[in-house]
Design a protein around this ligand. Sequence first.
Ligand code: IMP
Ligand code: MG
Length: 180
Amino acid sequence: MHKDLESIVLTREQIAQKVKEAASWLDEKFKDSKPLAISVLKGSVFFFCDLLREMKTPVQLDFMTVSSYGSKAQSSGMPKIVMDLAASVEGRDVILVEDIVDSGHTLVRMRDLIMGRGAKSFTTVALFDKPSRRQVDIKADYSCFEIADEFIVGYGLDYAQQYRNLPYVGILKRSIYGNV
Ligand code: IMP
Ligand code: MG
């Protein structure tokens, strides 16, 4: 285990199992359509690749970089689009892939933006859900894991851009991020 972690909450194998289940759910839901999957970068990138590789449905991909944190452990409440999508979402069935739904601000921002651009439908899949931290009333259509109010890193999730490439997910020691 990485020295900055307090404990491991999910192993690589536990994640892989849930990712398969999420892919089956999407296959069932989109069996008659050609959805466009959007990865909210950077946090969802490992989840996005593993999820899409498990899907049987033909799917197109696009990416958007959204930043809500700066280098703090708390959302600014004003997610910023740092890099926009390459293609139009008009008339498309969109699958938005998120790492974690925390305050919910990012998801609201993405939904309003994508539906505002004329998408046909909007479905969200999140690896993690932290319901106790919600500030706005929104929920992913599918969440792989519900977690308590702990700051976690690994498998895409970062603190100050670090720890993203850990293959497991763990709780970051409080001494690393202090009283934020
Ligand atoms: P929201 O807009 O507050 O829902 O925040 C969503 C974003 O905050 C996620 O996409 C993550 O990038 C980040 N985030 C929230 N909780 C954590 C965490 O425990 N570890 C790492 N990043 C987190
Ligand atoms: Mg994110």
